[in-house]
Design a protein around this ligand. Structure first.
Ligand SMILES: C[S@@+](CC[C@H](N)C(=O)[O-])C[C@H]1O[C@@H](n2cnc3c(N)ncnc32)[C@H](O)[C@@H]1O
Length: 218
């Protein structure tokens, strides 16, 4: 009996470590080129300007001209024109993702809109490859729940952010997307706070189905 209990605990712990923060099927579409093409189409849908509220998100980031902002998990770069404008020509936008095909689309968007202050960066599952201690604000929009090793990403973000830098996450409420998310807001805050950050502010409905949480470094 004791052996069976130990085996059960081992299986649960191994599964939890392997799947990290992401729900079992959340990255299914990301594993093939065709799947990612479908995701890319959704991310670039012009209807998003109404539902995603990019201006409200940028306002909550409290960006100033000259700042460096990182869009972690930029996808096809939907937010880049808004971020680029907010930090201005003296500022810098780092557009990071782990998928090269998404990053190529983001680069095309950067070139087409002549966003001269935006640089595309290829990251890994565990590290967005930010310059050390150089980032004022790191934003993760609709991407944290796709990260399979969030603790390692959070550690890397802590290294990339300036001492007074901020980490801002925009996530769906679990009640609105029960099949998509494992974590609700309280659990997410607990996880981020357990990995080197402290909660500074939150907006419960930045869009109809998403909240925004802002953290500083501990
Ligand atoms: C739903 S998309 C959101 C894209 C973009 N933030 C947007 O709102 O348009 C999720 C993104 O997270 C990226 N992603 C998944 N795991 C990641 C990781 N460990 N580091 C950085 N990006 C990651 C995916 O490649 C994908 O581009």
């Amino acid at each position: 009996m004791r052996f069976l209990f130990a085996l059960l605990m081992f299986t649960v712990c191994t599964w939890a470590q392997a799947s990290g923060n992401s729900a079992p099927d959340v990255n299914k579409d990301y594993r093939t080129k065709e799947g990612r093409a479908g995701v890319a189409k959704r991310l670039a849908n012009p209807d998003r300007d109404q539902t995603q509220k990019p201006e409200a998100i940028v306002a909550a980031l409290q960006l100033k001209p000259g700042m460096t902002v990182a869009d972690i998990g930029t996808g096809v770069g939907y937010m880049l024109p808004f971020l680029s404008k907010a930090v201005g020509p003296s500022g810098r936008v780092i557009a990071e993702d782990i998928q090269t095909d998404f990053l190529e689309s983001a680069k095309a968007r950067i070139a087409a809109a002549q966003l001269t202050n935006v640089t595309a960066v290829l990251g890994s599952e565990t590290d967005p490859n930010l310059p050390s201690g150089a980032v004022d604000v790191a934003m993760i929009l609709d991407a944290y729940h796709h990260m399979e090793q969030p603790a390692k990403v959070l550690a890397a973000l802590g290294r990339g952010l300036k001492k007074d830098g901020r980490l801002v996450l925009v996530e769906f409420h679990k009640a609105d997307r029960p099949e998509h998310l494992r974590f609700d807001q309280a659990e997410l805050i607990h996880e981020v706070e357990s990995n080197g950050f402290r909660l500074l502010a939150k907006v419960d409905r930045i869009t109809a189905s998403q909240y925004l949480v802002t953290f500083g470094k501990k």
